[in-house]
Design a protein around this ligand. Structure first.
Ligand code: TEU
Ligand code: CA
Length: 596
């Protein structure tokens, strides 16, 4: 009897203690669900915190400078955590903050375990992460492991000799007919191979010459990567955005571009033979051991290939960024016209292709794109605010985890670039050398396209207030010029105005959070061919929402399709008040959400 009693105590006490701990967790995490919830489903989807989260991307160089050197830094981010939390976002994605010579602004990493000196120290990073957690947010890091910097110690060794122990950390090939090993091209102009004097062999670089591609077929490289991932996860990072992850596996025979090649090299680079083996191995070795979120940047991945990376039964990644929407208006640096029915069709195609086992992302821009309001909205004074709000409505009501890019919550616009000297981006400078200086392209033509396509539009500093340089820095000069419209468009102004874009994002995020139908509900485009109205429903059981967006500056009377009547107004970006009517009168860029 006594022994039985003892056995019961031995078993029960730890169980009760464990239960109490789980209980505590539930009360301390606000919106992010504890892992017990991972088994619950909604509309067929397994519930996950990262499906319910709204992510805010920070480009550290341009967010906030704390020490007056003109460059954003980690302390600067820490000082603005309340501003970020105030929006209601759950997760911060930090673009690279690792030690780097900055050939590509941190996407060329010299030391994966060190903080870039300009951004601060490891203590500053720990402080930032602590501040994020104190506010019940999470933070994911940028994992850039398709390539490193040529200044990484591995590459310094690798290039020394053919028998160096690090030689196989990178991809080396001898010349073919006195030329590059194949005809692949770099994203930043010119061939993807560079001859290295020490051994006379070529190394592969799909991006800049200073970004040699790592050799993932070498198991040592893969394990180095897994180790550095664990290093950051053990510090408390909550996952990764994985830079060009589909490019990690290469066909080691390096064939030329295929005969039916359409100029989309991403498509060729993204279909390496061992991609899924490697991502599954990474999942087994690292990701499966932590409760983290992963999002693969998936340039070149087609609709058909998407479930292979994100179907949860395959144990690879949680989500990917697919490029169809953000490449709709450009090819390289060239701008091209686009239409809303094309954009809508992309969402619909993805929605049909991804079943309950896969999950999507929704993003309209990032640090590689132009400003969302200038690109998809209307940045003229009359429509900037309503169109930014209409686009926020779309971003936060489509199906998938939404990603907000820094400054979009202020409706920051494209920069009025007029000359080449104003740009920083290596992509711009290299194409200038390769195409303009060789007289294949005219200067005026080139700048005209860049005004609508350059990545630098998204990289100009955050506009905090009306003081010089928009309050981004106390230095006389910021690393990239601040948009001259900072006196009208800045965070201080937004926080003082209840009708600002910032507060609209906040309201919209709150609505999304308390409305499961807007997260897990079915999506249906009611009027795919309509050139300016995007009308769709999100429904979960009996809970049904109608989103109606006027994506033009023209006022219009819109007859709801399928005999629908607008129901009860849940949110509007202008002052529209109509309810329960079959025809809605929308002003230019008006957005409404109805509960049906
Ligand atoms: O971008 C990958 C990418 O595919 C690029 O093609 C990018 O979309 C293009 O340059 C836009 O014109 C990632 C990073 O997001 C980017 O900032 C880096 O420059 C690149 O990888 C290399 O790391
Ligand atoms: Ca600084």
């Amino acid at each position: 009897m006594k022994t039985l009693y003892l056995v019961i105590v031995i078993i029960a006490v730890p169980l009760i203690l464990a239960a109490c701990q789980t209980g505590n967790k539930t009360t301390t995490t606000e919106l992010l669900k504890p892992s017990a919830d991972n088994f619950a489903t909604a509309n067929g989807h397994t519930k996950k915190w990262w499906k319910e989260a709204v992510v805010y991307q920070i480009y550290p160089r341009s967010f906030k400078d704390s020490n007056g050197d003109g460059i954003g830094d980690l302390k600067g981010i820490t000082s603005q955590l309340d501003y970020i939390k105030g929006l209601g976002v759950d997760v911060i994605w930090l673009s690279p903050m690792y030690d780097s010579p900055n050939a590509d602004n941190g996407y060329d990493i010299r030391d994966y375990r060190k903080i870039m000196t300009e951004f601060g120290t490891m203590a500053d990073f720990d402080e930032l992460l602590k501040g994020v957690k104190q506010r019940n947010m999470k933070m994911i890091l940028d994992l850039v492991v398709n390539h490193s910097s040529d200044e990484h110690a591995w590459f310094a060794e690798s290039r020394k000799s053919k028998d160096n122990q690090y030689r196989d950390y990178y991809i080396w090939r001898p010349a073919k007919d006195d030329k590059e090993p194949n005809n692949w091209t770099s994203f930043f102009s010119g061939p993807a191979w560079k001859k290295d004097p020490a051994t006379g062999e070529y190394y592969l670089h799909l991006f800049a010459e200073k970004q040699p591609d790592l050799n993932w077929d070498n198991p040592k490289v893969r394990h180095e990567v897994y180790d550095l991932m664990k290093f950051w996860l053990d510090k408390g990072a909550d996952g990764f955005r994985m830079d060009v992850i589909p490019f990690i596996s290469k066909d080691q025979s390096f064939p030329d571009f295929p005969a039916d090649y359409d100029g989309n090299y991403g498509k060729v680079y993204a279909s390496g033979p061992k991609l899924h083996d490697y991502v599954q191995e990474m999942n087994r070795e690292v990701l499966s051991k932590y409760d983290v979120m992963t999002v693969g940047e998936a340039a070149g991945v087609t609709l058909e290939q998407t479930p292979l990376l994100v179907d949860e039964r395959r144990n690879e990644l949680n989500m990917i960024f697919q490029f169809d929407v953000v490449s709709i208006d450009r090819q390289g640096w060239r701008w091209k016209p686009w239409t809303w029915p094309e954009v809508k069709a992309i969402y619909t195609r993805y929605d049909k292709a991804l079943d309950v086992h896969s999950w999507n992302t929704v993003f309209l821009t990032n640090h590689d794109n132009t400003r969302v309001v200038s690109r998809f909205g209307d940045d003229t004074p009359q429509y900037r605010v309503p169109s930014a709000k209409a686009l926020a409505t779309m971003l936060l009501t489509l199906k998938g985890t939404p990603f907000v890019y820094q400054g979009d919550e202020l409706g920051m616009t494209n920069y009025p670039f007029t000359k080449i000297e104003e740009f920083d981006d290596i992509q711009v400078k290299n194409a200038w050398k390769a195409e303009v200086l060789t007289k294949q392209v005219g200067i005026v033509d080139y700048i005209a396209h860049l005004r609508k396509t350059s990545r630098d539009h998204a990289r100009t500093p955050m506009q905090w207030d009306e003081s010089p340089n928009g309050g981004f820095t106390t230095a006389a000069k910021a690393w990239l010029p601040v948009n001259p419209n900072y006196k009208e468009i800045n965070a201080k102004q937004a926080l003082a105005d209840q009708n600002s874009i910032y507060y609209y994002f906040k309201k919209m995020i709150e609505l999304r959070k308390r409305t499961p139908a807007l997260i897990y509900g079915d999506y249906k485009d009611l009027d795919p061919q309509n050139p300016t109205v995007f009308a769709y429903t999100r429904s979960l059981g009996a809970d049904k929402y109608l989103v109606v967006l006027n994506l033009s500056k023209n006022d219009l009377a819109y007859t709801l399709p399928e005999g629908l009547k607008a129901g009860q107004l849940a949110l509007s970006n202008l002052n529209g008040k109509e309810e329960n009517v079959p025809v809605v009168n929308l002003k230019g860029w008006e957005a409404r959400i109805y509960q049906l």
